[in-house]
Write a protein that binds this ligand. Structure first.
Ligand code: 13P
Length: 249
């Protein structure tokens, strides 16, 4: 049985006071449900949020990282730095990084390898654009992203990776994928992992769905057999909404 994993991607939102308030509210609201929960604030707020949730079951993730350990890379942050502040997860290859900030599969692969080597768990994002879905290219796009993103990553390391399927057309649009669309993409992703690795890796890897997840659509999405959790954007910025999703899982 794969344990459900709900992560909140706060994106470039909230000041530090609001981030601390939100993290505190979640810490107080979270019961003892048998579920993994993480929140991902900006780099600036990571330490403050980690200090708040320290000792609680809530994990904390960064939204990005650079693959080199240190050096002349102005503006970047390394895995060693994330590990140093006890950051648990890092989102890698989010669609906004791919499509707004120009990140390619090869860079994403280097970042995943750096995260695994530095003992910070990657949340590896994949997903097709609307035009790719309309041209019936969804499976091909996902296969390329998975194959290139996971190049030279061992079956053993796969135990520390979460995959997040986020159709780009569903992100921040209110147009959530139907449970059938999500299930189909998740099943295809799991099949692809099986072909690259083996049955056990495919059966164990957790695949989150992301894209306009809200409390009222979470239950049907999360009841699909291959949907193992959610990566939540907008609805992770309010305690009631994020808790509504967690409670529906
Ligand atoms: P929304 O939930 O706001 O659509 O964002 C999804 C997302 O990009 C999470 O990483």
């Amino acid at each position: 049985m794969r344990k459900k994993f709900i992560a909140g991607n706060w994106k470039m939102n909230l000041n530090t006071a609001d981030a601390v308030t939100l993290a505190t509210g979640l810490k107080n609201a979270l019961g003892t449900a048998d579920i993994d929960v993480a929140i991902c604030p900006t780099m600036v707020q990571l330490t403050s949020v980690i200090n708040v949730v320290n000792g609680s079951p809530i994990g904390v993730g960064a939204q990005n990282v650079y693959f080199e350990n240190n050096g002349a890379f102005t503006g970047e942050t390394s895995i060693a730095m994330l590990k140093d502040i006890a950051c648990d997860y890092v989102i890698i290859g989010h669609s906004e990084r791919r499509h707004v900030l120009g990140e390619c599969n090869e860079t994403i692969n280097k970042k995943i390898k750096a995260a695994l080597a530095g003992d910070v768990k990657p949340i590896f994002c994949i997903g097709e654009l609307l035009e790719e879905r309309e041209a019936a290219q969804t499976d091909a796009v996902l296969k390329t992203q998975i194959t290139k993103g996971l190049k030279d990553i061992s079956a053993e390391d796969m135990a520390n990776i979460t995959i997040a399927y986020e159709p780009v057309w569903a992100i921040g649009t209110g147009k959530v994928a139907s449970p059938e669309q999500a299930q189909a993409a998740h099943a295809f992703t799991r099949e692809t992992i099986k072909a690259l690795y083996n049955d056990t890796v495919a059966a164990n890897v957790r695949i989150q769905y992301g894209g306009s997840v809200k409390p009222d659509n979470a239950a049907t999405l999360l009841s699909q057999p291959d949907v193992d959790g959610a990566l939540v954007g907008g609805a992770s910025l309010k305690v009631e909404d994020f808790m509504g999703i967690i409670n529906n899982a």
